[in-house]
Design a protein. Structure first.
Length: 436
């Protein structure tokens, strides 16, 4: 079946499902495959549960006219999303970067939704499956789409751009993450820069943090003609500075846009961590570009409440927790430590879990983090995971696993402290929170 014909079916049944546990009446079930599952085997079950059609790629499971046989289900899903994108004549804002993608995406959505009907990537559906699913979820009356794009190998952003076709784009930053897949920091720069390359080749508009020399160099190298800058300099299209960061960030900002006469505007957020300054300023910049009023922009920034353990402050009966353990890499841990150092609290504790996907650089990067942490005045430092455990010393607390750290904290509870919890998602540091 060609894409045009499948697209006609999609318009009649615009809900996509890939999991039989989540089947909705009248949906299209795409029988995706993975290392440990084969969706084709569940196609009949999906139809029984109410799916209108099942898209499969193994002929032996084609049992009725409601089974649509294609050569490759994933490729068909991606091509359908690409075709859908070509029918949507609205701005698409593509977002990538090492750190802050999801927070920035949510902030931009919170701001723009004060004035427009927006649609943004749900959660972290930012890969070769998530981006197509996101695009196929966009309703016809949507006015602006915000698409998050993640990658851990070269040419992934390039591929996701070919599907989402961003008209505008933002790289939050470039840091040390997924070095196992990218090979080196230069590899990370090359991969993230694929968004700039797409924008340059398709006359798109790039929003660029002028305070970040790496980003400005990457943009200049690709000769992007259409750029909107933001940063601390008053010469930027939008400029800002931190007014307060204890515990939540407030910033003073102004815009060179002719529509903004008041240059003493203040945005109050519910985000902790000075590293979120640039994420907030990016959202303000995009709000200005799309001609929102200052009140709409500030209301949007304030309306965003962080979730999923990203820059969240949680107060328990015993402690104040800075929950930032959704993920971790050397760059994000460095700025989290910088922020902890500035936090005004007498009793500060650090709980760090291993950083994953660093390949040959793992030992060196974990050593650097331990050294930095030891330079900060803290009441206690707790390091968890196999990589950190290799670096154990007598002045700090090291545990080879989260389970062993749990047992230690159970026997030696921490009270009346401000605690930063940071680590890769696979460390499952959330299991420690009930003890804190």
């Amino acid at each position: 079946m060609n894409i045009e014909k499948l697209y006609s079916i999609y318009l009649e049944h615009p809900t996509i499902c890939t999991d039989t546990r989540l089947i909705e009446e009248g949906c299209l079930f795409f029988a995706l495959k993975g290392d440990n599952f084969n969706g084709n085997k569940f196609a009949h079950q999906a139809l029984q549960k109410g799916a209108a059609y099942a898209i499969i790629d193994e002929e032996e499971y084609c049992q009725s006219a409601r089974h649509i046989l294609v050569s490759d289900v994933l490729e068909t899903l991606q091509n359908l999303a690409k075709h859908r994108r070509s029918q949507l004549k609205i701005p698409f804002i593509g977002i990538t970067g090492t750190n802050g993608k999801t927070t920035t995406k949510e902030l931009i959505n919170a701001v723009l939704s004060q004035h427009y009907k927006t649609f943004a990537t749900k959660g972290n559906l930012n890969n070769h499956i998530g981006v197509p699913l996101t695009i196929l979820s966009i309703q016809a009356d949507t006015e602006i789409a915000i698409i998050e794009m993640g990658a851990n190998h070269q040419q992934e952003i390039e591929f996701l751009c070919s599907i989402s076709q961003p008209t505008h784009g933002l790289i939050t930053n470039v840091g040390k993450a997924h070095l196992e897949g990218f090979g080196s920091f230069d590899g990370v720069k090359k991969a993230k820069g694929e968004l700039y390359t797409y924008l340059a080749e398709h006359q798109g508009i790039a929003f660029i943090n002028q305070d970040n020399k790496i980003l400005t160099e990457m943009a200049n190298a690709r000769l992007i003609k259409n750029t909107i800058d933001y940063g601390r300099s008053e010469t930027s299209y939008v400029s800002g500075k931190i007014l307060n960061s204890a515990p939540y960030i407030s910033i003073k900002w102004s815009s060179r846009s002719e529509e903004f006469e008041n240059n003493g505007l203040e945005a109050n957020s519910n985000l902790t961590g000075t590293y979120n300054f640039e994420n907030i300023l990016a959202a303000i910049t995009i709000g200005c570009f799309f001609r929102l009023s200052p009140d709409e922009i500030n209301k949007g920034v304030h309306s965003y409440l962080p979730s999923n353990n990203r820059s969240q402050i949680t107060k328990t009966e015993q402690n104040t927790l800075i929950c930032d353990y959704y993920n971790a890499n050397p760059s994000s841990v460095q700025v989290a430590l910088d922020n902890l150092e500035t936090v005004n609290a007498e009793n500060k504790v650090l709980i760090l879990g291993d950083m994953f996907e660093l390949g040959d650089e793992a030992a060196a990067e974990h050593l650097e983090i331990v050294a930095k942490a030891q330079r900060i005045d803290l009441s206690k430092r707790i390091f968890i995971g196999q990589e950190f455990y290799k670096l154990k010393n007598t002045s700090d607390h090291f545990y080879p696993s989260t389970t062993e750290a749990f047992d230690a904290l159970k026997n030696n509870p921490i009270t009346n402290a401000t605690i930063l919890i940071k680590g890769s998602r696979g460390m499952k540091l959330e299991t420690l929170v009930p003890l804190l």
